[in-house]
Write a protein that binds this ligand. Structure first.
Ligand code: PFF
Length: 451
């Protein structure tokens, strides 16, 4: 984070600094790993359409609400709510729990990504589904190897968060993100020129509404929250470093737009190629790790390796800028509210995260027989955080902003005391009061089978 030193609280110097930090948190495994596999699993077009509706109706609005709370209080989420209205402190606490739960499996996938940097360099690429599935299966189904890569990934987080050097990573991501964009576009071209790819494109964008069950709706909603880093106070914390001059509305439009573009690009890389190769669309978390190497294999051994190295490196860095923000939510809670010093907070929380990661990793292999409600530990953590905690957080944050904060105060914050025009203010407040909490509540209840 580029900061003004010496002011009451450090702030982002440039608008771009903030947008890149927020986009760094948003763009991660959620876009490139999770979005395509959920779209593949949940029937494509209808899932994608509802996901986009969630981004437009809920994502923009909730992000603006989180930005407003963060910048107004200049505090991270637990303290922000404590200051604004003690009754809502639990919203911040729920966010800390969500960050912790997500960090119980996110580093496992981050570890896979790091492992694939080496696998693609070693030329373990093939357009044969059976070979690629076996390569992925033997990595995630193993014991020591996936845990080793999880440690590598988690250690990178620990070092960066202890040293408080995420500034450097965020600066690097200013270069990496455009690079990721370019690489995805190259892969889109390769994927769409595979014979049979158009069928996959249709699958991704032509909705088949018979696929829309409550479960699928909730998956799309949860994905919107996860991908935009919403519902858990992460964006509140980032915006707490924002100067009173910045235009919140503009930022709340730019960040979700960038995030959604990356997700759609990843979908257009992966789904058409999966169909073209005749791989299983519903295979779940392995999708990107099976299909992308197969696309690379069609590029020849040299280009395939170069692009493979670049792709998984960029994916790992994108994952890192997201997990740093997740770890920071937990760490800053322990520092600000429990009085721990930074080192103790980082080491303590990451040790606990690591233990859960071990269980999550083993649940893809030797512990796969242990399930609750048909979900292994990995899926359960993912489901509970994204389909329960984040949507609940979203309900309470928008209700707070819509009903409890006071419309005039909210307007002053969003418009920088009247200096910035926001013609849709009333529409947005209406969304926060009624539409967003209601949609989330209905989808949540139908997704968990209550209605
Ligand atoms: N948005 C990140 C991703 O798409 O990978 C994950 C994430 C980061 C979720 C930070 C929530 C969060 F607070």
């Amino acid at each position: 984070m580029e900061q003004h030193k010496g002011s009451a609280r450090d702030q982002f110097v440039s608008k771009l600094g903030f947008i890149f930090a927020a986009a760094g948190s948003a763009v991660g495994l959620g876009n490139i790993w999770r979005f395509p596999y959920l779209a593949g699993r949940h029937g494509g077009g209808a899932f994608v359409l509802f996901y986009l509706i969630c981004i437009i109706v809920i994502g923009f609005g909730l992000m603006l609400a989180e930005f407003a709370v963060g910048r107004h209080t200049q505090l991270s989420s637990v303290d922000a709510f404590k200051k604004l209205d003690r009754r809502f402190t639990f919203v911040g606490a729920m966010g800390v729990l969500a960050a912790f739960v997500i960090m119980g499996y996110y580093p496992v996938v981050g570890g896979w990504s790091v492992a694939y940097i080496f696998k693609t360099i070693m030329g373990q690429l093939s357009t044969d589904a059976a070979v690629m599935e076996q390569t992925f299966g033997s990595l995630v189904g193993g014991i020591a190897s996936p845990i080793f890569w999880t440690v590598v990934y988690l250690l990178a987080n620990v070092v960066i968060v202890i040293k408080g050097i995420s500034d450097g990573i965020e600066k690097a991501s200013k270069v990496m993100m455009p690079l990721l964009f370019i690489l995805l576009i190259i892969l889109v071209v390769r994927s769409l020129t595979l014979p049979g790819a158009m069928e996959g494109l249709k699958y991704l964008f032509v909705p088949d509404f018979s696929k829309l069950t409550g479960d699928v709706l909730l998956a799309a909603l949860g994905q919107a929250f996860f991908s935009l880093s919403l519902g858990m106070g992460c964006m509140i914390t980032y915006a707490s470093y924002l100067s009173k001059k910045e235009n919140l509305v503009q930022s709340a439009i730019i960040v979700p737009t960038m995030d959604t573009c990356v997700a759609l690009l990843a979908g257009v890389v992966i789904i058409p190629a999966t169909v073209a190769f005749g791989f299983d669309l519903g295979q779940g978390p392995g999708l990107v790790f099976v299909t992308v190497p197969a696309i690379l294999a069609t590029m020849g051994p040299v280009l395939g390796r170069i692009f493979g190295l670049t792709f998984f490196l960029l994916l790992s860095v994108a994952a890192l800028t997201s997990s740093l923000s997740l770890m920071e939510v937990v760490v800053s809670y322990l520092i600000d509210n429990r009085g721990w010093d930074r080192q103790k907070a980082v080491l303590g929380s990451s040790t606990a995260m690591f233990i859960i990661c071990i269980a999550a990793s083993l649940s893809m292999g030797i512990w796969s027989g242990f399930t609750i409600g048909g979900m292994n530990i990995f899926d359960l953590l993912d489901w509970f955080a994204n389909n329960v905690l984040l949507p609940l957080g979203g309900i309470f944050i928008t209700l707070y902003v819509g009903w409890f904060w006071g419309v005039d105060k909210v307007r002053d914050e969003i418009t920088n005391n009247g200096e910035v025009r926001f013609a849709l203010f009333n529409v947005w407040i209406f969304l926060c009061r009624f539409v967003i909490p209601l949609i989330i509540a209905i989808v949540l209840l139908s997704g968990i089978g209550i209605i």
